[in-house]
Each structure stands twice: as C-alpha cells, then as structure tokens.
Design a protein around this ligand. Sequence first.
Ligand SMILES: [Zn+2]
Length: 253
Amino acid sequence: MTLLTYISIIFSLIFSVSSIGVVPVPNEYALNAKSKFDDYAEHYLLPEDFHNAETAPVKKPTDAEIESMQNSLLFEGDIMGVPEIEKIDILKKLRDDPMIDEDELFRKPFHSALNLVTYPDKLWPNGEVPYMLEEGMTNDQRTAIAQAFDEYKTKTCVRFVPKTDDDFDYIYVKRNVAFGCSSYVGRAGGNQTVSLEVDKCFSKGIIAHELMHALGFFHEHSRTDRDDFVDIHEDNIRPGMMRNFEKYPRKNH
Ligand SMILES: [Zn+2]
C-alpha cells in the first residue's frame, strides 16, 4: 500500500464518521438564532401562511359560527369597550341631551366609523396596524388570519404588520373557548385584544369583520343614515336581536 492510499483511507474514515453518526453540536449563536426564529414564527405569520392563504379554500362561516359574533354581554354582540348594559343609558342620554361630555364621546358610536377630526388618536398612523398572535395557533387558524390580512391588502391601503419593539399600540389576536368573536373599536392604546373563539371565528369573513372594528368602524347597518340605503326587514331578524338594528344616534353638533 502506498502512502497515498493510507492517506485516502484515513480521510475517508474521517468523512464517513462525520457523515454517519457524529451530530454536530450547535453553537450558542445557532441555538439563539433558532429560538428567536421559533419565537417569531409563533407570534407572526410567515410567507408559508400567506401561501396557504392563497391556496386554501375560503371557509364560509355557518349560521352557528356567525352566531358567535353575538355575545349578549357585548355591545351589538361583538364590540368590546362599550358594555351592553350601558348602551340603553347612553342612547337615552344622547337623545335627551346631545351635549354630552366630549371626553366620553369615544364610548358612544356615531355614524359608523370614528372620525379622524374628532378622534385622531383612535386611528392607526399611516394605515399600519401592528399585530401579534397568541402562541400556539394551528395552521388552519394562521391561514384564516392570513386570508383576512390579504383581503385588506388587496382592497385597501391598510396593512397589518408584525409588531416591533418600537410599537407600543398593537392588536393581539388571541383565542378563546366560549366567548365568541370580538374587538375594540379603533386604536385603544397599548395591547388590545381581537378575540376569536376556537372553531367558530376562524374564517376570513369573520376575522375581517372584527378587524374592521379594530380599524375604527362600528356596524354599517346601524348607521345614522342607513335607511337611505337599505331596508330593514324586521321579519328576518332573529327574536331578541332587534336591539342590534337600532340606529346610532345622530351627532347634533
Ligand atoms: Zn361586529
């Protein structure tokens, strides 16, 4: 055997050992990078979620799922920040005394969306809404959220962007097991929840609806001027749901 043969045997032994069994120990940096990525992947959508969003069929919510936007404890079923119990008082007060304290106005729905002039701090600067997801969302849940985000991307200038360390205000999309789907109206300040019931609220349409609230919209069918555009057929309204079709009070000044 020549020296060259010896050398080549030794080399091949070294390579075969490293390729079969000796698992390289990741260094600290690699571990750190991995845990950062895992953390990111838990809290934000990834390109593959948007790819799935494009290819997965859009799930049509069933009647029962739509029902989950009807939490009787919330204003009009799914709006957080305006307890239903206060609503009757609010409407009465506004009708009797339209000159209600300006500071309280955010809590009262006027027309159908928050007004830039009256509530500039409730809007999201530059049409960008930072978001973060609760940990542990399933692929289907992530896909539905991505479909809703994409709907805004295609049809509006609004963008849902991953929250960075510099973002103080953001929406936190989380799951619940029995409380339906809900959101605050407009930018509430700090971490605001968009809450989605597992197996009920995870479809594009329902999520897009809740995100409209987070942007600053109330319900269009309760608009002050809704009768100029639509007819409300009371026969078609489910028993006990009439209150959701009460018009918002008109702003008198
Ligand atoms: Zn709603």
